[in-house]
Write a protein that binds this ligand. Sequence first.
Ligand code: PLP
Length: 374
Amino acid sequence: MKKIYLDSASTTQIRTEVIQEMTKILSEDYGNPSSTHSFGRNAKSILELSRKTIAKQLNCSSQEIIFTSCGTESNNWILRSVVKDLRVKRIITSKIEHHAVLHTVQALQEEYGIQVDYVAIKSNGEIDITDLVELLAQDKKTLVSLMHVNNEIGTVLDLDRVGRICQQHNAIFHSDTVQSVGKTEIDLATIPVDFIVASAHKFHGPKGVGFAFVRKKSGLRPLFYGGEQEKGLRPGTEGVHQIVGMAKALDLSYGNLVKERQQISDLKTYLIRRLEIEFPEFKINGNQDGFYTVLNVLLPVPEDKTAMILFYLDMKGIALSRGSACQSGSISPSHVLEEMLSQEDLLKPSLRISFSHYNTEEDIDALMEALKSI
Ligand code: PLP
């Protein structure tokens, strides 16, 4: 049975060139970058080259890239340090953030008694910017944390616009860009954002490595303490092969972006067309013009099929999700869809189909055949 992977928002297939690069480092360049001998110096220069590669793609200084283990760690670190060390008294965020932000903000609220305000979400899943501006009118030291591309419904935030609004109100701006880094251009020299985060496994790199962009003179302090790695901001011996794999994956993603974005966008259009024919009553959860890598749809099939639909597709070798991967084992509705759908629609099956350049029209055809036979 041919297996079909339509869950690239959860994680992506690693590129062959990335594996080759990582294998070389693992076997040949095993020095500890903190050692002063030639092995260490070699590892250190490889590490710094990776940092430069990443910084170049995002148009920032390499000093502003801090390597971490994943998107979750980067989000936790930034949010916590902004409250603890920069003494922010209030966070404005949204109820449709990834749990790596949402649960961290809730924990900080309990621990530090900070004020948390959730900006209104429009029915198409977009952030209500007018509400954000109204919330920012309060005179309190504030952090705004809003994601760039939503991992479940693919709605896109205008980073530049929100960054400027934050600047006008003297608010610090953090954006969880885990779903967009490597998949759309991000120019950090022009976008007024203080912190963004990325995770290599979302752009065809290895798992267990990510980075944070921390704008110069941020005042951030480490989450935990140890050696001097990453200027003391993120101690612990660096996973050089992981970092090299991440830099290679990002370089390839941006090098192929124009071609792969077109290919994936065409696939998404193809899927929508097929759904219009086979399931004319289907609805798109989120914005019609959402991000090209994700499509979240509500299917007009009986409610009693909701619980078994993913299982059924899995039996047919088709992998996709109902929401974010961390929740996909749960049958409770996604916290993102809960913010947007009626109680009636929440009971119906919604599917998140997410693509990569490895997908083909045949994958979509197989999905449609499987869905028709439910
Ligand atoms: N933020 C978003 C938007 C995500 O989609 C994910 C992954 O699902 C994360 C954060 C967490 O990233 P990681 O798996 O690297 O911890």
